[in-house]
Design a protein around this ligand. Structure first.
Ligand code: NAD
Length: 250
């Protein structure tokens, strides 16, 4: 089956922009969704075969309008990448309700809203959903009560989508990136955190946006036609390294 379109949220920079570029290289037309109108217009102007749509994925009315416009412009929707996300690191005791809601609104509500709004179009094409969670949704750690919990929710939401929409041939999978030097990560990763990640990751480095995008696009391709309800950590081995004590290293 020819897969010729995709919708990517949070497409104005970082992992979403890299994913857009891999889809474009595959020959797909891409609806680029972001709430940062200026940055979206700037990067869309440099690319052919894209449809930039300004939308806050946490706003149900805006998402409904975006879904209608993207579907009309693309004709058919073959893939939806729920990538838009925000991070906020701090102790549980300092996480006020407004901060909690801000993180949940984009990271979890946004995935729910965009997927539901685009489900009718995806059912028509037996399309694919890839939700972007995080290693922080697979493993708890300090300072990310809202971020980590939102991402754990995304992992389970993916399984719910796979369970219910499989009947229509829609596949839903989840990518859990390890650290990547994007604006989101660099706002919350101090040099100490960067050094500690290098130490704890078997491949001893951060990933690149492109390395995450390649796995996202594979999961949307027909090469992954029997894969659904899964999560894959793209993290240089961090998640699988159960006992990572520095004292146990050679
Ligand atoms: P980024 O900050 O570089 O890009 C995120 C994009 O999403 C921005 O363009 C931003 O404007 C957009 N966005 C944010 N909230 C939005 C909203 N409500 N509506 C529409 N657009 C919105 O971040 P990134 O590092 O590329 O992150 C992409 C995804 O990968 C996020 O879900 C993030 O949680 C996840 N992730 C990133 C890392 C990392 O280390 N960078 C690690 C694990 C997971």
């Amino acid at each position: 089956m020819t897969r010729t379109t995709a919708i990517v949220t949070g497409a104005a920079r970082g992992i979403g922009l890299a994913t857009t570029d891999v889809f474009l290289e595959e020959g797909r037309k891409v609806a680029m969704i972001d709430r940062d109108a200026d940055e979206l217009a700037r990067v869309a102007a440099d690319r052919a075969n894209v449809v930039p749509i300004v939308c806050d994925v946490s706003d149900p009315d805006a998402v409904a309008q975006m879904a209608a416009k993207a579907t009309a412009e693309l004709g058919e929707v073959h893939a939806l990448i729920n990538n838009a996300g925000v991070a906020d690191f701090g102790p549980i005791d300092d996480c006020d309700f407004a901060t909690w809601r801000k993180v949940m609104a984009t990271n979890l509500d946004g995935v729910f809203l965009c997927s539901q709004a685009l489900a009718p179009a995806l059912k028509q094409t037996k399309g694919a959903i890839v939700n972007i969670a995080s290693i922080s949704g697979l493993r708890a750690s300090t300072l990310r009560v809202a971020y980590g919990t939102s991402k754990a929710g995304v992992i389970h939401l993916t399984e719910q989508q796979a369970a219910e929409w499989g009947e229509w041939g829609v596949r839903a999978n989840c990518v859990c990136p390890g650290p990547v030097r994007t604006k989101l990560a660099m706002a919350v990763h101090t040099q100490d955190i960067i050094d500690a990640y290098h130490d704890a990751i078997p491949l001893n480095r951060y990933g690149s946006e492109r390395e995450i995008a390649e796995v996202i696009c594979f999961l949307c391709s027909d090469r992954a036609s029997y894969v659904t309800g899964q999560q894959i950590a793209v993290d240089g081995g961090f998640q699988s390294t159960g006992v990572g004590l520095p004292a146990l290293r050679t």
